[in-house]
Design a protein around this ligand. Structure first.
Ligand code: DX5
Ligand code: ZN
Length: 217
């Protein structure tokens, strides 16, 4: 039985209080932190990079940090993110020529590897790398912004992967919350990113628990 893990995205939190907001999520039961890194080029938005992640690591020693690299040159940030204390480096394969090389380099830097695809990218593109990656991220919105509508049609990809790779860690990201978690759980996702639904919840701890329990059942 695969482990259900809930990784809130702090993208839509008050980023002037990054440490407090992150600690609060962890205290409320988050299994890991999903840190959205955008370069204004691969996606039409900017967030933060390794200097900010390093400062956060300075305050939060134990938590598992996943960086979701929505950047045109993922190979460029591997060493700085490893140095910043990142545990898993999840990157989009779309702009990369040699995905296997990037995976290898991430592992050499002591991080786990996640490979991500946008909604328009066929699952067969990422399937090629399952043997060398630790996790696959199926985006359920167009990357770039929090608070968008969940794309249910992406569940076909999740179902396909779960049927063919029973032990694979599959992450979903974008528009996931109490009203869409059933879909994700049924399709077979087990790493759950949730941004606005958790950040904006009146009871963060209850929301995180509900997401986890839905995936477990
Ligand atoms: C979108 C990001 C997501 C997003 C999640 O580009 O990768 O992690 O912030 O936020 P919600 O859950 O609000 O869609
Ligand atoms: Zn993300």
């Amino acid at each position: 039985h695969l482990k259900a893990l809930i990784g809130p995205s702090i993208l839509n939190a008050d980023l002037s209080k990054l440490h407090e907001e992150s600690q609060k999520l962890l205290d409320n039961g988050a299994d890991y932190l999903h840190l959205d890194v955008m370069d204004g080029h691969f996606v039409p938005n900017l967030t933060f990079g390794h200097p900010v992640v390093k400062c956060l690591r300075g305050k939060i020693k134990e938590a598992f940090f996943e960086t979701h690299m929505m950047v045109s040159k993922p190979e460029q940030w591997i060493a700085p993110m490893a140095d910043a204390g990142v545990n898993q480096y999840t990157f989009h394969i779309e702009p990369v020529d040699n995905v296997a090389d990037v995976c290898r380099k991430i592992k050499e830097h002591g991080m786990k590897v996640g490979v991500a695809i946008k909604p328009g990218t066929p699952v067969s593109e990422v399937e090629k790398y399952i043997n060398i990656a630790d996790m696959v991220l199926i985006m359920t919105v167009e990357p770039g912004f929090g608070g968008q509508k969940f794309m249910e049609d992406q569940m076909e990809k999740v179902k396909y992967l779960r049927e063919n790779y029973p032990l694979l860690d599959i992450e979903v990201d974008g528009g996931v919350g109490p009203s869409t978690i059933n879909c994700c759980a049924k399709a077979g996702a087990n790493w759950i990113v949730s941004g606005t639904a958790v950040i904006g919840a009146a009871d963060q701890s209850a929301t995180i628990k509900l997401l986890r329990d839905t995936v477990h059942n």
